[in-house]
Design a protein around this ligand. Structure first.
Ligand code: SAH
Length: 267
């Protein structure tokens, strides 16, 4: 390609999925395969990058880079390559510093695209064969975190969110299980409330699924030596697979009409 006619490439933020290289989307994989430069986020997504990148692709790990260096790298590569991929864990819109990375690209006039990914929240539910919503139990999922170095905005403390008694998926919080327990107790949950922790959800051979209650989940995770890369799910719907009876979803109810099926009036 002659440099005179090349107007600059596009930077694609691609969700690599939760760990299993097969959980990247078809579109994400196609972009990885055709990329001239790939910047990946640490060990979590290196496998997909290395597996599908074409020969001669420039590949770098961002784990020791600052945000400024990431921006510079992406801008530099986009100035000389048509397709540049920034591989992110899970979905790029969740706790992935997406906007912080996009703004310098906007300022530099570099085109940006985003390909969604399977979030670890979804992969964790899948690993444990759990549904995050259940008819007449909970119809709401909150994706949040416990306050750490990043302060929580007003109205979003776990205590306030937990009052909804819906499904809570807690990112970045596995070292804070003591706080999680106390906060949920303060918000009216019981110590018997079921809790699911999934470590390295979907990672072949490395995934760990730990089930417990608010009272004992911390000890159970300690016993399994889980201190990072884990999703905490607290939900009144957990374990429904084993309940003696559940309310059935209206969608499959014979007496319920929808766009694709008319109700059986006798049901
Ligand atoms: N964008 C990512 C989240 C990045 S924040 C996503 O959509 O999944 C990093 C946090 O995500 C970790 O602290 C952990 O809570 C969770 N996480 C990422 N990958 C995980 C995995 N494979 N299994 C369990 N939790 C994971």
């Amino acid at each position: 390609m002659s440099t005179e006619t090349f107007a600059g490439g596009k930077v694609w933020f691609v969700g690599a999925g939760p760990g299993d290289p097969e959980l990247i989307t078809v579109k994400g994989r196609r972009l990885v395969e055709s990329a001239d430069a790939i910047l990946y986020a640490g060990s979590l997504v290196s496998e997909a990058a290395l597996r599908w990148a074409k020969a001669g692709c420039t590949i770098a790990d961002s784990k020791d880079m600052t945000l400024e260096q990431i921006g510079e790298w992406l801008i530099r590569e986009a100035r000389r390559n048509p397709i540049v991929v920034r591989l992110q864990t899970g979905d790029p819109s969740l706790y992935g510093a997406l906007i912080e990375m996009v703004r310098p690209l906007d300022e530099a006039g570099v085109e940006v695209g985003v390909v969604p990914g399977v979030s670890s929240a979804m992969a964790s539910a899948a690993a444990a064969v759990e549904s995050l919503t259940l008819p007449e139990v909970t119809q709401t999922v909150i994706l949040t975190r416990v306050e750490g170095r990043t302060p929580m905005p007003e109205g979003e403390s776990l205590r306030e969110l937990a009052r909804h008694r819906c499904t809570l998926c807690l990112f970045l919080s596995i070292t804070l299980l003591r706080e999680v327990r106390q906060t949920l107790l303060d918000a009216g949950w019981s110590d018997e409330a079921p809790v699911l922790v999934v470590h390295k959800a979907s990672w072949p051979g490395e995934e760990k699924i730990v089930r417990g209650t608010l009272a004992d989940i911390r000890e159970r995770c300690k016993a399994e030596r889980i201190t990072s890369q884990a999703m905490i799910i607290v939900s009144p719907a957990l374990g429904a697979r084993q309940w003696p009876a559940i309310r059935r979803s209206k969608l499959y109810d014979a007496g319920f009409s929808h766009r694709f099926r008319h109700a059986d009036k006798t049901a």
